[in-house]
Design a protein around this ligand. Structure first.
Ligand code: MLT
Length: 261
């Protein structure tokens, strides 16, 4: 059974979905989405595991002061771990969720039992990418979160998924977000640090997953993660773009659950 929980921590109201019972796996969502992108995974949470999927601050149902850096969100994740009474957990995320996972590890490596880095990268934004974030911030202010999703959609999913139901699923998720949350989220993406110098310090087991057709965080970025993290395991999901968990839910879940085993 999947249940929703909400708690106030240090002035922030953080909401999450939880299923299963046992060791904790926290998965962080991508941009411009919320925890709803992990819904299908809750139905497959294996015996012995608790899956926790939070809405990051000012996404989905979580609210608080503006979160303007990966470290702000990482602080929320660490506060949530304390609230759940976990010494450590498997922490992971897709894309923006992966950027924040790397920040959690940088801030508190002892809290990371293992990492899952899906369709994400250690490289910071290029100048061109930063300029695009600023344009999208204007789009969010003028036309709302839905328009940001539409602008990103061609690169957010692979060619096969463009024709199916996933665009509508993503629209339904993105609709719930606020323009303010999206503007702040773009600031988080734009200002995130270069995480490449931190990779050598990661010694916990790490799974790197990437859609073979990911146009936003391509397999070459996943290889940089795999090569920088000792012992990291890379799974390339065929026929999937950036949203590999939504585009190919069964291969994604198999890779994740066999890694945890
Ligand atoms: C995401 O999926 O979180 C975003 O596409 C990340 C990005 O644009 O860098």
């Amino acid at each position: 059974m999947t249940t929703r929980h909400t708690v106030e921590m240090g002035g922030q109201t953080i909401s999450w979905l939880q299923s299963g019972r046992g060791r904790t796996l926290i998965l962080l969502h991508g941009f411009p989405l919320h925890a709803g992108m992990w819904d299908a995974l809750h139905a497959t949470t294996p015996h012995g595991w608790t899956l926790v999927t939070p809405d990051l601050r000012n996404f989905g149902e979580s609210r608080g002061t503006p979160a303007l850096s990966v470290d702000d969100h990482a602080g929320d994740v660490l506060a949530l771990l304390r609230h759940l009474g976990c010494e450590d957990a498997v922490i992971g995320g897709l894309s923006m969720g992966g950027y924040i996972t790397l920040a959690v590890h940088r801030m508190a490596p002892q809290r990371c039992r293992a990492l899952v880095l899906a369709d994400t990268r250690a490289e910071p934004d290029t100048d061109e990418a930063k300029a695009n974030r600023v344009r999208l911030q204007a789009t969010a202010r003028e036309r709302g979160p839905g328009a940001v999703l539409e602008a990103m959609l061609p690169k957010l999913i692979g060619p096969t998924a463009q024709a199916g139901v996933i665009p509508e699923q993503l629209r339904a998720i993105a609709r719930i977000n606020t323009a303010e949350g999206i503007v702040d989220g773009l600031e988080v993406l734009k200002t995130r640090p270069d995480a490449r110098p931190d990779l050598a310090a990661i010694t916990c087991p790490t799974l790197v997953v990437v859609g073979a057709d990911d146009a936003l965080t391509p397999p070459s970025s996943a290889e940089t993660l795999r090569d920088g993290i000792a012992g990291a395991q890379l799974v390339v999901v065929p026929d999937a773009g950036h949203m590999s968990n939504l585009e190919q839910p069964v291969p994604f879940a198999l890779a994740l659950w066999s890694f945890l085993r």
